[in-house]
Structures are given as structure tokens and as C-alpha cells.
Design a protein around this ligand. Structure first.
Ligand SMILES: Nc1ncnc2c1ncn2[C@@H]1O[C@H](COP(=O)(O)OP(=O)(O)OP(=O)(O)O)[C@@H](O)[C@H]1O
Ligand SMILES: [Mg+2]
Length: 427
């Protein structure tokens, strides 16, 4: 078993990740930047929570950052079972699938070549037909096993290359993926349409959010999302940007992505954006993320659904918004209404008062009047665009009844919030 792994960032070896001792518990993890990397031109830190330094890092700060790269929940269980990795062995799972992580990080055992798949079939449609496109949770993540690719999150997903003609392929070991493909959820049927609607609505009102479109792959509805951590080089080649989510940047483990479970809240997120000096675009971007999620009724906007992007010179900015799902549309029996990150004292994403917003503003360093003004502005724009955005999702394959139901709920929610901030006396 490998207890030492090489970590690369932007294809440069940056350091060594290691684990010691039989228990493989969080305190047994270490990470050290390489001396030659620290001495090189423009070394970039893996994380704002792991600044460049010669002394090794040890314990939870290391374990938390790296484990945030792994899939979660049922997807993780399916991948671990298929690869015969013990359930809780994060290090072994990273060794197995960390070859291409979100952003520009690669993790591999030293002196091992990237795993080549035996067959050279890369056409996703064919692979899914062969395997069965609905072979259970995690089955899309497993297509093309042995896979070397790790994406966080609880939803099943796979990183693909979308060719100009529309064909979707698995990247070969020397290629970078360009898109993320999520099959419709098996637990929440129709989630695909809700996420498509959330992302398209954000873009329609001028927010910087990931491009996505509904597709049908192997007779299965899916969402094809353009990767924002990829750009094109001068020669047209795909280049990777680095990213980390706010759990990683703040040093929290992924298990604590909800504030109610002890994870970071909006105060910590806004302090981070200000401490890093990301500038007014990011300060406003964070506020817009909070307000937009409240308007569409997304109670699942947790600290792993917000990220920082970083280029090869170490310049950081807020990543485009992603995973924008109006969870209010789903039955309350299936999904909690309490916001993942607290806004004032409200327990419900569909019942945030003007006083909650004022408390949020004071705690996070925004002027209360500015926050209320921004809510009104974004709500007006959202209400104006909602019908046409909904219609567009249906034209592109979304289910008409479901999308209509979702737009009705979002419209009522946005109108209610607008009413509360403009006529605070009326409940
Ligand atoms: N468009 C994108 N480009 C690049 N990386 C992305 C993009 N969208 C998501 N990611 C990365 O992939 C991770 C998982 O994505 P996402 O949040 O959409 O998955 P999920 O399974 O729906 O999450 P959750 O567990 O919150 O439901 C994100 O944390 C982010 O790092
Ligand atoms: Mg997510």
C-alpha cells in the first residue's frame, strides 16, 4: 500500500503527501512542499490554508484539505466498493482516483505511470450503453474504470470532453476534461431540470455562473456543465486553472460543509474574501451568491458550493457560481428548509425577514441598505427573466410540468422576499 504520494499543481511537482502509522487517522497525515518548488519561479500555494513554507504541515489541516477532493456519500461508497478500498480509507482512495482532481491538482504514487484503460473506447454514449446508464448511484462516476479522476460532491458525475460536434468522450490519460456531466438524480428525479434552471437564471440576470445545458445521454437526462477551471492556451490547447472550495480555503473537512454541523458560516466566508484582498468584484460576488440562492430558494448553498479560482501565477478570484438548485421545489420531507449557511436567525429559506438580512449585513460587513437594495435589484431582474428562462429550458428538453412548477415556486418566493424588504410590517 502506498503511504507516500506525489502532489502536482499545474503539472509541476509541488510536494509530498504522506501518512504514517497503522490507524491512518487525521493526525497521521503530513504534507511538505518540495524545496526545489519553493525555490522556483512563482511557486503557487496549494491552498490559502496551506501557505508556502519549508516546514511540513501535519494533522487535520492536511487531511481536511485533501479529503475535500473526494466524492461524497453514495458515489464515494460505490467507487470505494468497486476499487476494493476500505470504506473510511481516504488516503487510499486519493491514491486510487486523485490523478485528476478539480482544478489543477494531480496526486499519484511516485514512479507510477498514469493508469491506461485496457480498451480504447472513449465514446461515452457507447460506454454507458454497454454498462447500463442507470446502474445505480455512482455508476456514471465509474464509467471507464479504472478511473483516475476525483470530483467532489454527493451527486453522481463524470468529467468529459465535449467535442465541437457534440460527441462526449472520456479524456485519455494525457488529456484534460472540458465539461462535467451529471445524470439526473436517482433520489430527486428532475433535479437536472432544477439545476439547469438555477444556472441559466443566474446567467440571465448577469451573474457569473457556469454555463450548462440539458442533454440526453444513453437515453438518460443529464446536465452538461462547462468547466470554469479550464481555459484555452494560445495554441488552442486546454489549460487548467486551480480551484479550492471554501471548506478547503478555511481549513474545514467536507463533513462539516453545513454550518449547523459546525462548519463555516457566512461571517467566515466574507472575512476570507476580505482578508485575501480579492477586491470589490468578489465582495459583491459573495453577496450576490447569498441573495440569489435565497431568491430561488436554495437551502443547500453550503461552503463546498462556493470556490476560489487561482491561475498559474497565484492570482485568486471568486469562481463562477455553480450548483445553484432551487431546493424549495423539492418536497420538504426530502430536503431541509433551513439555509445551509445561516442568514440572521431564520430557520427557513422561504421566510427570511428584513431583520434577518440586516443582521446578516452587520455580521458580514456589508451596509444593510446596500444589501436590501441589491435584493430588490436582483429580485426585479429575476422576475423579469424567469418566464423566458423557464421556456428555454423546456425547449432544450426540460420537463414542461416540472419546470412550470419550479418557476411558480421561485416566482412566489422572490415576490414574498421583495414584499418583506419593501413592506417589512406585513409579515
Ligand atoms: N462548472 C464547473 N467547473 C469546474 N469545477 C466545477 C464546476 N462545477 C462544480 N465544480 C467542482 O466540482 C465540485 C462538485 O460540483 P457540484 O457542487 O456541482 O456537485 P454536487 O454533487 O451537486 O454537490 P453537492 O454535494 O453540493 O450536491 C464543486 O465543489 C467544484 O469544486
Ligand atoms: Mg455541490
Amino acid at each position: 500500500m502506498n503511504d507516500r504520494l506525489e502532489v502536482e499543481l499545474f503539472d509541476r511537482p509541488v510536494g509530498e503527501l504522506a501518512i504514517s502509522g497503522p490507524l491512518r487517522s487525521p493526525e497521521d497525515w503530513t504534507f511538505a512542499y518540495r524545496e526545489d518548488y519553493l525555490a522556483s519561479d512563482t511557486p503557487v500555494a496549494l491552498s490559502v490554508s496551506l501557505p508556502l513554507r519549508a516546514a511540513p504541515y501535519a494533522g487535520a489541516s492536511v487531511r481536511n484539505w485533501f479529503c475535500n477532493l473526494l466524492p461524497e456519500g453514495a458515489v464515494r461508497e460505490a467507487v470505494s466498493a468497486r476499487l476494493r478500498i476500505p470504506d473510511r480509507d481516504d488516503f487510499a482512495l486519493l491514491a486510487a482516483i486523485g490523478g485528476e482532481c478539480a482544478g489543477a491538482v494531480s496526486i499519484r504514487a511516485p514512479d507510477t505511470a498514469p493508469i491506461q484503460r485496457q480498451d480504447e473506447e472513449t465514446d461515452l454514449e457507447t460506454l454507458l450503453y454497454l454498462q447500463g446508464s442507470d446502474a445505480g448511484e455512482g455508476s456514471w462516476a465509474l464509467v471507464g474504470t479504472p478511473l483516475r479522476l476525483s470530483l467532489a460532491g454527493a451527486q453522481d458525475k463524470i468529467a468529459v470532453i465535449a467535442e465541437p460536434g457534440g460527441r462526449l468522450c472520456l479524456p485519455r490519460s494525457d488529456e484534460s476534461s472540458t465539461h462535467i456531466l451529471k445524470p439526473d438524480s436517482r433520489r430527486f428525479r428532475g433535479l437536472r431540470d432544477l439545476e439547469a434552471l438555477g444556472l441559466a437564471l443566474a446567467r440571465a440576470i448577469g451573474l457569473d455562473a457556469a454555463h450548462a445545458r440539458p442533454v440526453e445521454v444513453a437515453n438518460h437526462p443529464a446536465l452538461l456543465i462547462e468547466r470554469y477551471d479550464r481555459t484555452s492556451g494560445a495554441d488552442g490547447a486546454t489549460l487548467r486553472l486551480h480551484q479550492e472550495d471554501f471548506c478547503q480555503a478555511l481549513g474545514y473537512p467536507g463533513e462539516l460543509k453545513y454550518e449547523g454541523q459546525g462548519g463555516p458560516g457566512l461571517v467566515a466566508c466574507s472575512q476570507l474574501v476580505r482578508r485575501l484582498g480579492l477586491g470589490p468584484v468578489a465582495v459583491q460576488g459573495l453577496l450576490d451568491w447569498v441573495v440569489f440562492n435565497a431568491l430561488i430558494g436554495n437551502a443547500d448553498a453550503h461552503a463546498k458550493n462556493l470556490a476560489l479560482l487561482c491561475d498559474h501565477k497565484g492570482r485568486r478570484r471568486l469562481a463562477p457560481l455553480y450548483d445553484l438548485v432551487p431546493t424549495l421545489v423539492l418536497p420538504e420531507s426530502l430536503i431541509d428548509r433551513a439555509p445551509a449557511l445561516r442568514i440572521g436567525t431564520t430557520q427557513r429559506i422561504d421566510d427570511i425577514s428584513a431583520d434577518d438580512w440586516r443582521m446578516f449585513a452587520r455580521q458580514t460587513g456589508y451596509a444593510p441598505r446596500f444589501v436590501l437594495g441589491r435584493i430588490a435589484e436582483l429580485a426585479d431582474s429575476l422576475l423579469a427573466h424567469l418566464p423566458s428562462v423557464g421556456a428555454d429550458i423546456v425547449t432544450h428538453g426540460g420537463n414542461e410540468t416540472r419546470v412550470q412548477h419550479a418557476t411558480d415556486i421561485i416566482m412566489n418566493n422572490a415576490l414574498r422576499m421583495l414584499g418583506k424588504i419593501t413592506h417589512p410590517g406585513r409579515g
